[in-house]
Ligand binder design. Sequence first.
Ligand code: SAH
Length: 356
Amino acid sequence: MNHILDDLAGLLAWCAEHGQPGWRAEAISRWLLQRRVTSFTDMTDLPKGIRSALEDDFTIWSTKIAKHDTSMDGTEKLLLELSDSQRIECVLLREQDRRTVCISSQVGCAMGCVFCASGLDGVIRNLTTGEILEQLLRLALLLPETERISHIVVMGMGEPLANLDRLLPALARAQSADGLGISQRRITISTVGLPQAMDRLTSDNSGYQLAVSLHAADDTLRTRLVPVNSSIGVAEVLAAADRYWEASGRRLTFEYVLLGSVNDSPEHARKLVRLLGKRAALVNVIPYNPVMGLPFREPSKGAVEGFLDVLQSHGMNVQVRKRKGSRIDAACGQLRRLAAGSPVPPKAAEALQSFT
Ligand code: SAH
């Protein structure tokens, strides 16, 4: 059975084969993405024969909800089980009039950032376009009918730029008028910083917000924290980010996870200021969200304040990422591991000793 969300473009041909006009494909897409129906039967303005033909050929859902947590601040987190029993996480965040969803792009992650729960077992596979879209639908269904998803951040499990072929068609649907109608400027893709893929976005003239995970201002420390940096280097990452900025006009965001006593001193902050120089960038400072079994700590309150002071006194735009839904949070990727009963693999724990 085909997952309809994985080939919405193919619906046009399907409609032709079933003697239906082309606009039906658009109507079906609207039913799914805008009117949030959960079955073909509910597509009440389609001829009955077409509804049952759709039912014969397609399934709407490829995932099951394995866990659904809600926290006091309104944050909801879903652990979804995919058709091959792999699990991914996605989150709905409520903030004033914003309804932001955070979605995953891969099962696991190959980037190996040493403080992150998502990559502890490496990458298992890319998510399909349908699986990426389905996260949006599952989260949209948590909202009352009067509310819509306003923002998307691709900051869940995985490295989105390592799966652009499947991510971009999903985001195109998220934007389109017969999709979710969310403008590109409200969609943020977070990347570890893969220059080739960043250049692809640049030459596509894409207008997504790009957030680059820097976490350190020099190659020695960055390579320890973000191992893929060893073959790329901070200078290349920044050059690719600059090219994106020039082409898109979108303000760049640099993410910086503050790890207690690792990269959180005023000197680290000064290095970051020197590195970013006059760029009109936003620095998104993220106090570490501890991962069970990993030897990293949250930064102290004083360290966070000291770090911010340095950035702000140099006129940088800074935003501290508030932790949302911390009780259910279990840093991204952790929920999946906990549910699977697997804490830190011994090898990773060993490799990390140097940080303690
Ligand atoms: N692969 C993408 C998306 C990762 S998740 C990227 O590297 O940007 C989004 C951000 O959360 C990244 O900056 C990532 O480094 C950070 N992150 C991962 N684990 C974290 C944790 N336990 N606490 C705080 N931030 C974390």
